[in-house]
Write a protein of this length. Structure first.
Length: 141
């Protein structure tokens, strides 16, 4: 790898076991939303929040598109998606159900926490790399 190429960040934090556990749980859950009682079905708003949260998880490198594939970390994209969720939260204040608010609050809080951890990991990797800038341009400060 030459010095002018951006490093590829490989981070494995045991998330594979969590994904496997979730897959096992999915097999015991109903196969479609139609089988759930109406009060347990996700609203369109909750689907939208879940989609944005899933994209953020991918950008943070917590999951790859295909099993066994290397994960890529894109902090700029993750920050943008988190900001979008925050904007959505601010703009829909007073117009969400309790479950929608709880879902959105939990997503924003957890994604911001993981973003902070991932940003520190990237910064540490950059600091440990010889002749590297301690404040790379792709890390928001």
């Amino acid at each position: 790898m030459s010095d002018d190429q951006d490093p590829i960040i490989h981070i494995d934090e045991g998330w594979k076991a969590q994904v496997e556990k979730e897959r096992e749980q999915e097999t015991t859950e109903p196969e479609s939303e139609e089988e759930l009682p109406p009060e347990q079905q996700l609203s369109p708003f909750e689907y939208h929040v879940s989609g944005l949260a899933a994209q953020t998880v991918m950008a943070l490198g917590l999951m790859s598109e295909q099993e066994g594939q290397e994960v890529m970390v894109d902090l700029d994209m993750a920050r943008s998606l988190i900001d979008t969720l925050i904007m959505l939260k601010d703009m829909t204040e007073g117009n969400r159900s309790e479950s929608e608010s709880a879902n959105l609050d939990e997503a924003v809080t957890e994604l911001e926490r993981v973003f902070g951890v991932r940003m520190e990991q990237v910064r540490e990797m950059q600091m440990n790399k010889p002749n590297s800038d301690p404040n790379p341009p792709f890390i928001n400060q």
